[in-house]
Design a protein around this ligand. Structure first.
Ligand SMILES: [Zn+2]
Length: 411
């Protein structure tokens, strides 16, 4: 391994240190919201922010901030960071890198240029993944009004512990720290691993996220006729599973024909009666469709539904469907994107525009302030796994771009 440069070394060390909190047997990290591992990580980050000269504080939800107060416009906050929670046995980089990059950037800017004119804050968001409780974006959602401490959802984890109980046991909840809701945000910039293979394939260190894809999720129910697998001739069958297979392949064909960045997935099948010598009488299956363009997503999803009904009719199957999720695409702020591109050009850091196929806190923040995201490569595109890896040189390149933008916005 070649010797690390100083910014690389600083980031590498911080990432290694943070990975100890919640380190699991699989070599990954498990930091579920309000668990002991999560608490240790947030409190350790609190101390680390203090040591780095970033005045730390918590809000009621457990989001942790490190603050450099602005000298001229203290009430306008430029915020950077990401989420501290992970999936079960997740990787070392998802979320964590955005916090480490933000802390490092603020510390370095402070050392080099002193206090900013606008307030600069780094945030370690308490929750994004929805891994312990069926709430996603609990951290950024409480800051923006999507969630509220006055309406804590009545949900429980696998052990039956409610969200309110878990939060109280961790020392958070209504009126325990500072209020969550923010009205002072001037901009939010998040650095995150790509969780895909585009940057690695291109051999570029930085992705400038143009927007976060819109999503449509549907459940289809195919009804045919259950019958004997041995005595029912092929021409007499109404096989719900064979019909579902045809729909699945048709979906794949349509998605390939529509081309990038459209993606379509059948991820879940429930076959009944699911017996080896019985023709399937019914199948329940899900479809997940994603596209960064709202109109394209709408027309593709309508087309696919029509196609499925055609296939069902040709096989004398009954079909019904339900759309249970529709999230609009979220474009990132045009002006911030232009700034990021200019910074990469000026610093001769290779960058590429891309869309995020996964959800991120930046899409929630964009409801209350201009938001932007930077991606750095994920080795082999792997994420939500202990095998997650990002090269220190790429972490440093992303952090340099982040630092420049924060300088531009706050100094
Ligand atoms: Zn993430």
């Amino acid at each position: 391994m070649k010797p690390l440069l100083s910014l690389e070394r600083q980031l590498h060390n911080l990432m290694e240190w943070l990975a100890h909190y919640g380190a699991d047997r699989e070599g990954g990290v498990t930091r579920l919201l309000y668990t002991p591992a999560w608490m240790k990580a947030q409190h350790a980050l609190f101390e680390r922010m203090k040591d780095a000269g970033l005045a730390p504080y918590f809000d009621d939800a457990g989001n942790l901030f490190g603050r450099l107060e602005g000298t001229e416009r203290p009430d306008e906050t430029v915020l950077t960071g990401s989420h501290v929670d992970t999936v079960r046995s997740g990787g070392l980089y998802d979320g964590a890198l955005g916090i480490a990059a933000g802390m490092t950037a603020l510390q370095r800017l402070h050392e080099q240029f002193g206090k900013p004119k606008r307030t600069l804050e780094v945030v370690s968001l308490c929750e994004e993944e929805g891994s312990r409780f069926p709430v996603t974006f609990w951290g950024s959602g409480n800051m923006t009004g999507r969630w509220s401490m006055s309406r804590i959802p009545d949900v429980a984890d696998d052990e039956g512990v409610s969200l309110a109980e878990a939060m109280a046991a961790a020392g958070f909840g209504p009126d325990t720290h500072r209020p969550c809701k923010r009205s002072d945000l001037h901009a939010y910039i998040e650095l995150h691993i790509e969780q895909g293979m585009v940057l690695e394939k291109l051999g570029l260190p930085v992705g400038i996220v143009q927007g976060i894809v819109g999503q449509v999720r549907l459940t289809f129910e195919v009804c045919g006729e259950t019958n004997h697998a041995g005595t029912t001739r092929m021409g007499w069958r109404r096989d719900a599973l064979a019909g579902t297979a045809e729909m699945t392949l048709a979906l794949e064909r349509e998605a390939v024909a529509a081309g990038d960045p459209f993606v379509a997935t059948v991820g879940k099948l429930e076959v009944a009666p699911n017996v080896s010598n019985v023709i399937a009488g019914s199948v329940l299956f899900t479809v997940d469709l994603r596209h960064p363009d709202a109109a394209a997503l709408e027309s593709l999803s309508r087309h696919i539904v029509e196609l499925f009904y055609g296939i069902a009719a040709s096989r004398s199957l009954r079909l019904s469907h339900r759309q249970w999720m529709h999230a609009e695409p979220v474009p990132m702020d045009r002006q911030l994107l232009a700034e990021l591109e200019a910074i990469c050009l000026r610093k001769q850091i290779g960058c590429h525009p891309l869309h995020s196929g996964a959800g991120h806190d930046a899409q929630i923040m964009s409801a209350v302030c201009p938001a932007a995201m930077l991606f750095v490569p994920s080795r082999a595109g792997i994420s939500h796994s202990p095998l997650e890896h990002t090269d220190p040189a790429d972490m440093a390149a992303g952090t340099e771009v982040l630092m420049e933008l924060l300088y531009k916005l706050a100094y």
